[in-house]
Design a protein around this ligand. Structure first.
Ligand code: C2E
Ligand code: CA
Ligand code: CA
Length: 524
């Protein structure tokens, strides 16, 4: 289109053509701001230059616009990335650090530590009784409490600390450089801050926690620190609610033992290490054995006899309780059948089997009971299931389903350890329950404490008024037995009448029809 008119006589080439070529080269090279000069001639050549300039300007605009968009998109992406990173490092419910962040920070503080006396310390904090809050008041209330606890923690620790929520009701604090004393003092401050009573959406709240403390020692990794603080926390929890414990190496050993025991529990059934003991439940007036509570015993290959208070919680934690619970129910019903086959059984004799909360949470408890009753030929009335008060209080749909199905089957249900939980009689009345076993703590002092005696009397009346029967456990003395009898209580169990017995001993007792307590130690 534009050509220099070479050979067109002696007319010199238009200098603007050269400028146009140079301009195009500049623009093509990316210099979109460059322009081709336009002469005052306003002829066709100028028109071409103006056209090219306009094109360049348009390109320039477009380009700048694009650049801006790329820039703002990059910014957006960067922000999103940062947010993802923040989210990956924080706990969404409380906004505290999460485990990953805590680990990184502990790692960092260990790297920064010069090995001197003030060292990084980790406080492991686990709320006491949080499950009950969740179970009784719902998860929304639980979340509120967790947020409140987070705020209390943040407010009570030194500024340079890292506060994290590790999941559930478990929190941790990193103190980057402290002495042993100030680490303990920090833990006590946290206890004090948690203990302040507040009202949250109508709920009275004063959380308590078990706190484990560990101060770094040279050569320890972040994992070591957390494990030791956690082990100390476990010990604190074991010793009672609201306590602080400093890590000691022996605690690791205890933890290891617990671990081993938990894993041994998995094989205990097939290795035939469990056996059942039976504690008579007697008629307080006649001393006649009405039935027996089935109590599990574990003959551990190296540790000898292990009592259920030790291993049932471990079995609950690991889930092994489901298999164990089935074994207990089956074996107890088989034993009942064996007493019957030997003609030792008496009219109305029943067995009481303890059922753990997680068994109640499994859908097939009633089906399993039905099948076992059928296979052993026992009647549903021969079986009473003892369920702790706390399992009832936390009951949801599955538990209600289990209880209703068991009731429909004709099995009797009993609230165990009554008086230790949060339930009121009016609440329990709505449950499909036949009997209430009053916890031994309630009667422990009745022969010394008149007020306690009256209290137990009132509890007994309430149970009766609710249309349920009461059974008293932990009767250790004649006096206690007489006082309860005077109150009109009918059933009881305890060392005064009999310790837990072997199946053979119960068989002998049943066959002889003896009254309890036995005058002499016939059972020894
Ligand atoms: P629990 O259901 O309250 O059982 C009563 C416990 O009190 C038994 O301890 C029994 O030996 C003890 N005891 C009986 N009479 C007296 C007395 O006069 N004074 C005192 N101080 N104690 C007395 P054990 O056998 O060690 O059982 C402890 C707990 O372990 C039971 O408490 C129950 O919650 C649980 N448990 C036992 N067997 C089973 C089982 O098969 N399944 C489940 N889930 N839990 C079980
Ligand atoms: Ca019981
Ligand atoms: Ca009990």
């Amino acid at each position: 289109m534009i050509r220099s008119q070479e050979g067109a006589g002696d007319q010199p080439a238009d200098p603007r053509l050269g400028q146009i070529v140079e301009g195009i080269v500049r623009i093509a090279a990316g210099n979109l701001a460059s322009r081709i000069p336009v002469s005052s001639a306003r002829d066709q050549v100028d028109a071409v230059s103006t056209g090219i300039n306009l094109l360049a300007a348009e390109l320039d605009d477009m380009y700048q616009d694009m650049e801006q968009r790329v820039e703002s998109r990059t910014l957006e992406l960067r922000e999103a990335h940062q947010q993802v990173q923040r989210m990956a490092l924080s706990d969404p419910l409380t906004g505290l650090s999460n485990r990953i962040d805590l680990m990184q920070q502990v790692q960092q503080s260990l790297t920064d530590w010069d090995g001197r006396e003030s060292a990084p310390a980790v406080l492991m904090i686990d709320l006491d009784g949080f499950k009950e809050i969740n179970d009784s008041f719902g998860h929304k209330a639980g979340d509120l409490v967790l947020q409140d606890v987070a705020a209390r923690l943040l407010a009570s620790v030194p500024e340079e600390s890292v506060v994290a929520r590790l999941g559930g009701d478990e929190f941790a604090v990193l103190l980057p450089g402290v002495s042993r004393l100030s680490a303990l003092a920090a833990a006590e401050r946290i206890q004090a801050a948690l203990g302040v009573r507040t009202v949250l959406e109508g709920l009275d709240i004063w959380p308590r926690a078990s706190i484990g403390v560990h101060l770094a020692e040279s050569g320890q990794s972040a994992e070591d620190l957390l494990l030791r603080a956690d082990t100390a926390m476990y010990k604190a929890k074991e010793d009672g609610p609201g306590l602080v414990r400093l890590f000691e190496p022996v605690m690791l050993y205890a933890r290891q033992l617990r671990r081993e025991m938990a894993s041994d529990l998995r094989n205990a059934i097939e290795r035939n290490e469990f056996r059942l003991a039976f504690q008579p439940v007697v008629d307080l007036v006649t001393g006649k054995m009405q039935g027996a509570e089935v109590l599990l015993r574990w003959d551990h290959p190296t540790q000898g006899l292990v009592m259920p208070d030790i291993f049932i919680p471990l079995a609950e934690e690991s889930g092994a309780i489901l298999g164990i619970g089935r074994w207990v129910m089956r074996s107890a019903l088989e034993q009942l059948a064996a007493w019957r086959a030997a003609g030792q059984d008496q009219d109305g004799f029943h067995i009481r089997v303890n059922v753990s909360p997680s068994q109640l949470q499994s859908m097939d408890l009633a089906d399993y009971a039905r099948a076992q009753l059928r296979e052993t030929g026992a009647a549903p009335r021969d079986l009473i299931l003892e369920i702790t008060e706390s399992a009832f209080v936390g009951s949801g749909d599955v538990e209600t389903y289990s209880m209703r199905s068991l009731k429909a089957l004709g099995v009797r249900l009993e609230i165990d350890d009554f008086g230790t939980g949060y339930s009121s009689i009016s609440y329990l009345r709505r449950l499909p329950v036949d009997t209430v076993k009053v916890d031994r703590a309630l009667i422990a002092e009745i022969s010394r404490d008149e007020g306690q005696l009256q209290f137990v009397d009132a509890v007994h009346r309430l149970i009766q008024a609710a249309g349920m029967e009461a059974v008293f456990e932990g009767i250790e003395t004649l006096q206690q037995a007489e006082l309860l009898q005077e109150m009109g209580c009918c059933s009881g169990q305890g060392y005064y009448f009999s310790r837990p017995l072997t199946a053979e001993q119960v068989g002998t007792l049943l066959a002889s029809g003896s009254r309890l307590p036995l005058a002499t130690e016939l059972l020894a």
